[in-house]
Design a protein around this ligand. Structure first.
Ligand SMILES: Nc1ncnc2c1ncn2[C@@H]1O[C@H](COP(=O)(O)OP(=O)(O)OP(=O)(O)O)[C@@H](O)[C@H]1O
Ligand SMILES: [Mg+2]
Length: 383
């Protein structure tokens, strides 16, 4: 019998592929049900979207109307308002009733509705505001759209939970005025819970700072890495359940090599599982992990090489030093001599640039390479 690969990466981790996060789930479910406005913050690929999906599924089972929108997917403010309005009017509304529902919900702006029958399937509704042209039109539209969750909750006599994922992107739309308008709307909506999730901690922190509209708007939840021991036994348990016996230490080695970032761990586990299965074997060990790692590095070589070429010499030197020293003490005189680094201020500037480009991320006092495969590639292929 061909078992399916039990590890998932690059998409939302569904119930079966989900490890731990019990405390975070319970808390988020409770807060959203209570109509709180929660800020969920973590570096990329720690599992925010997966957690949100799981929490919204749970809430939906408790008859809460749930809506999820990725802010960063829109290329303009009006585009975001359209996508958001569309998600709101469609939430738990049969396609046949959407038109009437839209008529009831909107007061000062009338959207244009189109039913697109993309073959082969169900008609898909799309909603647009072609009449919106000026900044003033947009502001009026925003006020209308941001009020919708409250109106829906009242009309349906149900609680509503809204997730705005990649929320940091909102700041780019229209400076502070979007934040202002959204904050003003959400704070009057007692029966609507919001989770604003963001993957750039520094941007999110700035949004929550004093004198910004979302200052003290609600609780802040920081998603940490999963306990490495828990994640390691989760990995081994999934190997076992899918018919491959993990040798002692495999889970720990995968978690370690993936720097305990959920995405990286799932990727290594998934790819190792595939290779072992393809070889027709029934046990998986450290040797297999290394074979898989070598394959992955080979496949990514061109991409990594191009990424390396794009860096300045100072950035390359600093990145290499970060890889070799585990991202610590990069500004010390010892490290600068050992790795032939430029002056402290140049190192500092290079670190900032690498963080900006998402190559490094600041993890407490140390700098970690965001992608563990790239880290291994730098360690092996550069000098
Ligand atoms: N609780 C979990 N247990 C196991 N794996 C997880 C868990 N959460 C996330 N992952 C893994 O990490 C990957 C990334 O998760 P997700 O997309 O939810 O993170 P994110 O924080 O939203 O990332 P981004 O900032 O890039 O949007 C998933 O595809 C999955 O492989
Ligand atoms: Mg996400």
């Amino acid at each position: 019998m061909a078992e399916e690969n039990p590890f998932v990466y690059g998409e939302i981790a569904g119930a079966g592929a989900f490890a731990n996060r019990e405390a975070e789930r319970d808390r988020l479910v409770r807060d959203l049900e209570a109509g709180q406005k929660v800020f969920l913050i973590s570096p990329r690929r720690y599992g925010k979207s997966s957690l949100i999906r799981d929490v919204l599924d749970r809430l939906a089972r408790q008859r809460v109307i749930t809506v999820e929108v990725t802010v960063a997917a829109s290329s303009s403010y009006v585009g975001f308002l359209e996508a958001y309005a569309q998600a709101l009017v469609q939430a738990e509304t049969p396609a046949a009733r959407v038109r009437r529902w839209v008529g009831e919900l909107f007061r000062s702006v009338t959207p244009e509705l189109r039913l697109e029958s993309v073959p082969p399937g169900e008609p898909r509704l799309s909603l647009a505001f072609p009449a919106v042209r000026t900044a003033r039109d947009t502001a009026r539209l925003a006020a209308e759209v941001f009020a919708l969750p409250g109106r829906i909750a009242a009309a349906r006599r149900q609680k509503v939970a809204v997730a705005l994922d990649e929320f940091q992107a909102i700041a780019a739309f229209d400076g502070g005025s979007v934040e202002q308008a959204l904050r003003a709307a959400v704070q009057t909506q007692r029966t609507v819970g919001y989770v604003f999730a963001g993957s750039e901690p520094s941007v999110m922190d700035r949004m929550l700072g004093p004198r910004r509209p979302f200052y003290k708007a609600g609780p802040v939840m920081r998603l940490d890495k999963i306990d490495p021991a828990v994640l390691a036994s989760f990995v081994e348990a999934r190997f076992t359940a899918s018919g491959l016996r993990p040798q002692a230490g495999l889970g720990e080695a995968i978690v370690d090599l993936g720097a305990n970032v959920p995405y990286d761990v799932q990727r290594l586990a998934h790819e190792t599982w595939d290779d072992v299965r393809a070889a027709g074997r029934r046990t998986a060990g450290l040797e297999d992990l290394h074979v898989t790692l070598t394959r992955l590095l080979g496949e990514q070589h061109t991409v990594f090489e191009a990424a390396w070429q794009r860096l300045t010499l100072a950035q390359r030197a600093v990145l290499r030093a970060a890889v070799l020293d585990g991202g610590r003490g990069l500004l010390s005189a010892g490290a600068r001599v050992r790795h032939r680094l430029p002056g402290a201020s140049t190192v500092q500037a290079a670190l900032a640039a690498l963080v900006r480009q998402d190559v490094l991320l600041k993890d407490g006092p140390r700098y970690a390479v965001s992608d563990s495969l790239f880290r291994e590639w730098v360690a092996r292929a550069t000098c």
